[in-house]
Design a protein around this ligand. Structure first.
Ligand code: SF4
Length: 447
C-alpha cells in the first residue's frame, strides 16, 4: 500500500518553512504500519507533483486558506481512483464540507485515530468521520525530518514542545483545535527532536514558547537545549517577559540559540485588543516588554491585524509609526473571521458570504465595516500599501542594523531570509489583486 501525504499550495507561494504536518504524519504512519510506502508532497514547493503521483490513499492536510486548492487536488485524485482523507484545522472546523470532497475526515488531533484510519482503509471499510482526542503528549514520534525532498527546498523544520492555550482570543482557530489546557511534551523528547532536525536552524512551532506562571518550565527546557548547537525562532507572548523570573528566562533562551521572537501584537489599539479579548494574553506594557527583549539580544517581529470593525483608517498609518518607534519588523494582515472562531460568530451578519475560503488569506476584506470610509477596496489597498512599505528594501536593510548584535550573523541573515520571500509574495499578490479587484467586488455585490 502507498500513502501520499499532501499539503496544498499556499496562497502566497513557497516559503522557507516546511509544512510540519507532512513529516509528522509520516512518522505516525511509520509507527502504525512500517510496511506502508510513503510519499510527501508540499505543493508550493513542487506544483507538478500532483499530476504525476500514484498512490492508494492520499491524506490532505487543510488550513482555511488552503482548503479550496486541497479540494481541487482531491477531485483530481478521486477521478483516478485514489481515496482521500482530509485532516487538520479546516477539516476539523468544517467536517461536513470536507467530506463532500473526500472519502473520510479526521476531526481534531490525529494521533489517537490515525492507526485506525490506515487499518480501515486496508480492509476497505473507511468510515466517513474519525474523532481524534486531545491526548497527553508523552509519546509523540519524531517527525521524519528530511523525508520531504521533491521540488524547491524548504530550509526550516518545525519542532513542537506543547499544545493547547488558556487564553480566549476571539479570532483564534488554534485553541478550538488543541483545547484550553496546556499540554507539554517531555523535555528529553524535545531535545531528541531538535537533534534530529537537519541543519543548524529550526522553528519552535508552538503557539507560545513560554507561558505566564510556567516560566520555570521554559527555563528548564531552554537549559536542556543549550548543547544543541542550533539556533531557532518562535512565537512568544509578552507577559512572561516582565515576570520576576523573566530576565533569567530570556538569558536561558538566548543561550540555547533563540534569535528572533515573533509576537502576536494582534491590534494597534488597546481598544482593538479588548475587542479581540486579547488583553488577557498580552496584559502588560507591551512596548516595555518589546524593549526588554531587544535589550536582551533577541530580535522581535510583530504580527497584527488591521481592518476590524472597530479599526479606523488611521490605524493603517499608525502601525508604521509603531514599527519606527520600536525598531522592529511588523507584519500586518487583514482580519480573518476563520470558521469555528468566536469572531466568526460575532461578525456573522456582516460577512461577505460570496467570498469563498480562497479569500481567507489575510489580504481581503471579508465583512462589511460600519465606517463608510472603510470600503472593502480601501481596506485592501491600505493593507497592501502598509505591507509593502513595511517590507520596502530600505526598511528591511534598516532593520538589519537594528537586529541585536548578540545574534550576529545568524539573526541578521534570518531577518533577510524571512522578509525577502514575504516581500516577493506580497508584490505578486498586489499585482494579482489590482487585476482582479473588480470581479471580487462584484462577488460582494458592490457596484
Ligand atoms: S494566545 Fe490567543 S491566539 Fe494564541 S493560541 Fe491562545 S487563544 Fe489563540
Amino acid at each position: 500500500m502507498k500513502l501520499c501525504i499532501i499539503f496544498p499550495p499556499l496562497p502566497f507561494g513557497w516559503t522557507p518553512v516546511a509544512p510540519p504536518s507532512l513529516e509528522y504524519l509520516a512518522a505516525l504512519t511509520r509507527r502504525a504500519d512500517p510496511d506502508i510506502e510513503i510519499e510527501l508532497i508540499s505543493a508550493s514547493a513542487d506544483p507538478e507533483a500532483i499530476d504525476r503521483l500514484e498512490c492508494d490513499l492520499a491524506a490532505i492536510s487543510i488550513l482555511t486558506p488552503t482548503a479550496v486548492p486541497g479540494y481541487r487536488i482531491a477531485e483530481k485524485l478521486r477521478t483516478r481512483g485514489i481515496k482521500v482523507v482530509f485532516g487538520n484545522m479546516h477539516a476539523s472546523a468544517m467536517p461536513e464540507e470536507a467530506k463532500t470532497y473526500g472519502d473520510a475526515v479526521v476531526i481534531g488531533e490525529a494521533e489517537s485515530v490515525w492507526p485506525q484510519v490506515l487499518r480501515d482503509f486496508r480492509s476497505g471499510a473507511l468510515k466517513p468521520y474519525y474523532y481524534g482526542e486531545q491526548i497527553p503528549l508523552d509519546d509523540l514520534p519524531t517527525p521524519l525530518y528530511g523525508m520531504l525532498k521533491g521540488g524547491r527546498k524548504h530550509q526550516f523544520r518545525i519542532v513542537n514542545t506543547s499544545r493547547g492555550c488558556p487564553y480566549n482570543c476571539t479570532f483564534c482557530s488554534v485553541k478550538p483545535f488543541y483545547g484550553p489546557k496546556i499540554r507539554f511534551r517531555p523535555i528529553d523528547h524535545v531535545v531528541r527532536d531538535v537533534a534530529a532536525v537537519p541543519g543548524k536552524m529550526y522553528i519552535n512551532g508552538d503557539e507560545n514558547i513560554w507561558w505566564t506562571g510556567k516560566v520555570q518550565r521554559a527555563i528548564d527546557l531552554f537549559s536542556a537545549l543549550r548543547g544543541s548547537g542550533k539556533r531557532w525562532m518562535g512565537f512568544g507572548s509578552l507577559r512572561p517577559v516582565l515576570e520576576p523570573e523573566g530576565l533569567r528566562m530570556l538569558k536561558a533562551a538566548r543561550e540555547c540559540g533563540l534569535l528572533s521572537l515573533w509576537v502576536g501584537w494582534e491590534s494597534i489599539s488597546d481598544e482593538g485588543l479588548r475587542e479581540f479579548s486579547a488583553s488577557g494574553k498580552i496584559g502588560v506594557d507591551r512596548e516595555r516588554a518589546v524593549k526588554t527583549l531587544r535589550d536582551n539580544g533577541i530580535d522581535v517581529s510583530l504580527f497584527y491585524m488591521l481592518g476590524s470593525r472597530h479599526d479606523s483608517i488611521d490605524d493603517f498609518r499608525r502601525s508604521i509609526d509603531v514599527a519606527d518607534r520600536l525598531r522592529v519588523s511588523m507584519h500586518p494582515s487583514l482580519v480573518v473571521p476563520y470558521p469555528g472562531t468566536k469572531l466568526r460568530e460575532q461578525y456573522e451578519p456582516y460577512i461577505y458570504k460570496e467570498l469563498g475560503w480562497e479569500y481567507y488569506t489575510g489580504a481581503y476584506a471579508l465583512f462589511e465595516h460600519p465606517d463608510p470610509a472603510m470600503t472593502p477596496e480601501i481596506r485592501e489597498e491600505k493593507f497592501y500599501e502598509s505591507s509593502l512599505e513595511l517590507l520596502s528594501l530600505s526598511r528591511v536593510l534598516r532593520h538589519m542594523v537594528n537586529v541585536p548584535m548578540a545574534g550576529f550573523p545568524h539573526a541578521h541573515i534570518l531577518s533577510l531570509m524571512s522578509q525577502i520571500p514575504v516581500r516577493s509574495g506580497m508584490k505578486i499578490a498586489f499585482e494579482k489583486w489590482k487585476a482582479e479587484k473588480k470581479s471580487v467586488n462584484e462577488k460582494r455585490f458592490i457596484k
